[in-house]
Design a protein around this ligand. Structure first.
Ligand SMILES: Cc1ncc(COP(=O)(O)O)c(C=O)c1O
Length: 464
């Protein structure tokens, strides 16, 4: 199958009907959330009226305003409680304000003090050792976001290989890392991703691009001999879920070895697969791993892990004076690895995102996916649902896409909006980006069943 040309199944959805339904749901949304709407209208001093521009992405014309949250539940300023499958787009995968995390935060903030002092705490070594146990890489360093962890890891990869480029997959997302905003168009030309904000240089000059699940395209790009590191999620999650086909990830490792390129596995989202992400479940052997979001239980954090061999190569370059990793060389940040975030990571990893918690979360995601699949089957819809441990997602195409380009081509913003609004109006939240649902340790089977029932109702109304 071509990595770029979709085979379009005939959609059974009438666009007129869909647009009428969206208009009705928008009215219901505005009428049902007057306090959120009023706050949004008053927010004249925020770019786009929101604290961070992505918050404009929520369907309905304005976001819900947070009043409180606990576990898998969010309450808005209109007093409505939601089963939250958005979970802060993975930032709250440990659940909202998990008691073990809030206790650790309180201990550090109120009892001991010292939120950020640029001094190490013993928590950091505990977290490093735990991540080493889970991911198999012995040495770790911290940041305040997965974006920064990726940036710094990429710099280190360029340093030790002496090569200037990275390789990524078309339609990847790794945070706001300049080099990764690239796609391949249908004739294989590298293009800046549509919407890329103010690129400093044409990303074709920094980046080689291949198709996910397409080892030939990876080999062709690595053959240029200028790629420092392959940067990839082990399953794409930011253009809908695109799962790796059998042999693809092992093939990447082989190709990286053959062309003396490093392999960076970004587990920021795929941690949903289990305590050690897909690195553990798939037996991957990355040179670098990047984490973020979830591991701080809601407190900003990120981390990258490296092999002992890579650490030796970095040390050699530092000794020779080729790189400064202690000051202004371009890795690290003032608040990174601070006492608060390392305390939060320790609590999250030791008491919340544990092995048994992942088992329960994966079971719930299985229940969620089965509920969605039952509706798809009942109506014979050409849709699919994919699951990655604790995460599940439906797409309006079948079979599930196998490359980023195919997944991008299957996007249907109208259907997304209809389903997001239908659910939000009935007190269930999906992440505003495509249709991803995530389970946390506090998610209840009843939350999942509520989604299943509403999804079935929404589909029945759609088909008339
Ligand atoms: C795979 C992956 N890497 C990195 C990031 C960046 O995370 P952050 O926005 O927390 O820096 C994201 C964000 O969605 C992501 O999905």
């Amino acid at each position: 199958m071509s990595p770029v040309s979709p085979i379009s199944p005939v959609s059974p959805v009438s666009r007129d009907r869909l647009h009428r339904l969206i208009a009705g749901e928008r009215e219901r949304y505005a009428a049902g959330h007057p306090a959120s709407l009023a706050l949004f209208r008053q927010a004249g001093h925020l770019l786009g009226r929101v604290p961070m521009t992505w918050m404009s992405k929520w369907s309905g014309g304005f976001p819900l305003y947070l009043d409180s949250a606990a576990g898998a539940t969010v309450t808005d300023v209109d007093g409505r409680r939601y089963a939250d499958f958005a979970l802060g787009d993975t930032g709250a995968m440990a659940g909202h304000s998990a008691p073990a995390v809030t206790a650790a935060i309180r201990r550090r903030a109120e009892e001991r003090g010292g939120l950020t002092a640029m001094l190490p705490t013993e928590d950091a070594e505990w977290v490093g050792a735990e991540l080493a146990r889970r991911f198999g890489l012995p040495l770790w360093s911290f940041s305040l976001s997965a974006t920064d962890a990726n940036r710094w890891a990429i710099r280190l990869a360029r340093l030790v290989t002496g090569r200037g480029k990275i390789l990524v997959f078309s339609y990847c997302y790794h945070g706001s890392v300049d080099e990764t905003f690239v796609v391949l168009d249908d004739d294989g030309t590298v293009r800046s991703r549509p919407g890329n904000v103010g690129p400093a240089v044409d990303p074709a000059s920094t980046t080689r691009v291949a198709h996910f699940n397409h080892l030939e395209s990876v080999r062709a790009e690595l053959a240029h001999g200028d790629v420092a590191v392959i940067v990839t999620e082990p399953a794409m999650t930011n253009i809908g879920i695109v799962l790796p086909e059998p042999g693809f990830l092992a093939g990447l490792r082989r190709l990286a070895d053959e062309y003396r390129t490093l392999l960076l596995i970004d587990e920021t989202h795929t941690l949903s697969a289990g305590p050690g992400g897909m690195t553990a479940t798939e037996g991957l052997r990355p040179d670098l791993v990047v984490l973020g979001k979830a591991i701080g239980g809601g407190i900003p954090c990120g981390a990258y892990g490296i092999t002992a061999e890579l650490a030796d190569r970095i040390a050699e370059r530092v000794r020779s004076g080729a790189a400064d990793i202690e000051d202004v060389g371009g890795v690290g940040g003032t608040l990174a690895g601070n006492a608060l975030s390392t305390a939060a990571m320790r609590a999250t990893l030791s008491q919340v995102l544990t092995e048994p918690a992942f088992r329960t979360m994966a079971e719930l995601a299985g229940r969620y996916a089965a509920g969605v699949q039952a509706s798809i089957d009942r109506h014979g819809l050409p849709w699919s649902v994919s699951r990655l441990g604790a995460r599940a997602e439906y797409r309006f195409t079948s079979p599930a896409p196998r490359t980023g380009n195919l997944s991008a081509a299957a996007a249907d913003p109208d259907l997304d909006e209809y389903l997001h609004l239908y659910l939000a109006n009935r007190d269930v939240l999906l992440t505003p980006f495509h249709n991803m649902a995530l389970m946390c340790p506090a998610t209840e089977p009843a939350d999942v069943d509520r989604h299943t029932d509403l999804f079935a109702e929404a589909v029945a109304q759609l088909l008339g």
